[in-house]
Design a protein around this ligand. Structure first.
Ligand code: KG4
Ligand code: ZN
Length: 347
């Protein structure tokens, strides 16, 4: 029964979790504390790296104390310290990994560097604590990925975005529509009063035989539509039509990837998977195709440390720790297409 403390500081959330491994690989999240920097970055319309890392280092100490308090655990009872080591903003990753390494060093405990994307990928399974073979769709602010998952640590990349990530497209279109940052939840909200068929935006790469995505054409189509309008923009209709295009692209590709790999389960994770119309479109499409569907719990969709702790716990069970001189990697990949996860090299 190991207890781990995990830190997430790859982008604009400072997060600390305490997770306990139970018998049979089950896991219990004892604490999950998050301090969001959204308000800080809002005035700039996006994340400013130096502002982010300075805020992480200001908040981390009190967040660690709060998480330990919440968990009712003394720091001396922690068996291993984990932190996101990539991908993400270099200066932000350094804050979390340095803190985790410092505690590991002072208390003579192992350190586990976790791939942020593996955290997202595993997040739908935190509560059931086992990772079945499945087709994973990760949709976040920085990534849009389809991964063939044979089990924990066994990943094959099928495709990803060639330009903007899905969340990035939501954020950029939100900005064009004059909505606050981040655009994703704002567009979902605005779209409720809009007509998803009002504008025929492109569904790029939907019919191709590869599993890559492209959202920049869709973003540009919204820009041109706004430019050519006379009068105030119909924000709700544009938001609904844009959201509908993203949903059709994501659902269409995911279902084709599931069919191509023969997986009978689809799982979705990442900040964009909070989007309710997307979740229900995926659930319906999977059910129509006779596939099981698991979506990450809303608590674990946007960046959090519980998912980092869960990924670390699976590694800890196998005794696979990281050296203290392991570097961060802002461009860390989840898996190459030869089937190996860079961060989890054993099959
Ligand atoms: O997973 P996440 O916290 O960050 C990354 O690892 O990138 O995801 C943040 C992204 C942002 O782009 C945000 O706009 C998007 O998730 N997002 C949403 C919704 N809530 C958050 N996108 C669409 N609909 C939502 N309801
Ligand atoms: Zn993320």
């Amino acid at each position: 029964m190991a207890t781990l403390l995990a830190i997430e500081t790859s982008c604009d959330e400072t997060a600390v979790a305490v997770i306990r491994g139970l018998t049979g690989h089950r896991a219990e999240i004892l604490a999950s504390e998050i301090s969001s920097q959204i308000a800080l970055h809002r005035e700039h319309g996006g994340v400013v790296p130096e502002v982010a890392s300075r805020d992480h280092s200001l908040r981390l100490d009190s967040l660690i104390r709060r998480a330990l308090d919440q968990a009712g655990t003394a720091i001396g009872e922690i068996d291993a310290f984990a932190a996101t080591s990539g991908p993400g903003l270099a200066s932000s990753l350094l804050v979390g990994t340095s803190a985790a390494k410092g505690m590991a060093c002072a208390l003579d405990r192992p350190f586990i560097g976790v791939n942020h994307l593996e955290g997202h990928l595993l997040s739908p399974f935190i509560d059931i604590s086992e990772v079945p073979p499945h087709l994973a769709l990760i949709v976040s602010g920085g990534h849009t990925l389809l991964i063939d998952v044979a089990g924990a640590g066994r990943y094959r990349r099928l495709g990803g975005t060639r330009d903007d990530a899905a969340g990035e497209a939501f954020d950029k279109v939100g900005k064009m529509l004059g909505l606050p940052y981040p655009g994703g939840p704002e567009i979902e909200q605005a779209a409720r009063d809009g007509d998803p068929a009002a504008f025929a935006f492109p569904r790029s790469m939907l019919a191709t035989d590869h599993f890559d995505f492209s959202f920049s054409g869709l973003k540009t189509a919204v820009l041109y539509t706004l430019r050519d309008l006379t009068g105030p923009p119909p924000v709700a209709d544009i938001a609904a039509s844009f959201q509908q295009a993203v949903i059709e692209i994501l659902v269409g590709k995911t279902l084709r990837a599931a069919a191509a790999t023969g997986h009978t389960r689809v799982a979705v994770s990442g900040g964009v998977s909070l989007n309710r119309p997307l979740r229900s479109a995926l659930a319906t499409a999977c059910s129509d195709a006779g596939l099981a569907f698991t979506a990450a719990d809303p608590r674990w969709c946007t960046d959090n440390a519980a998912m980092i702790g869960f990924a670390a716990l699976l590694r800890h069970h196998e005794g696979r720790h990281s050296p203290l001189d392991e570097d961060i990697d802002p461009n860390l990949k989840l898996a190459s297409d030869d089937g190996l996860c860079e961060h989890n090299p054993s099959p």
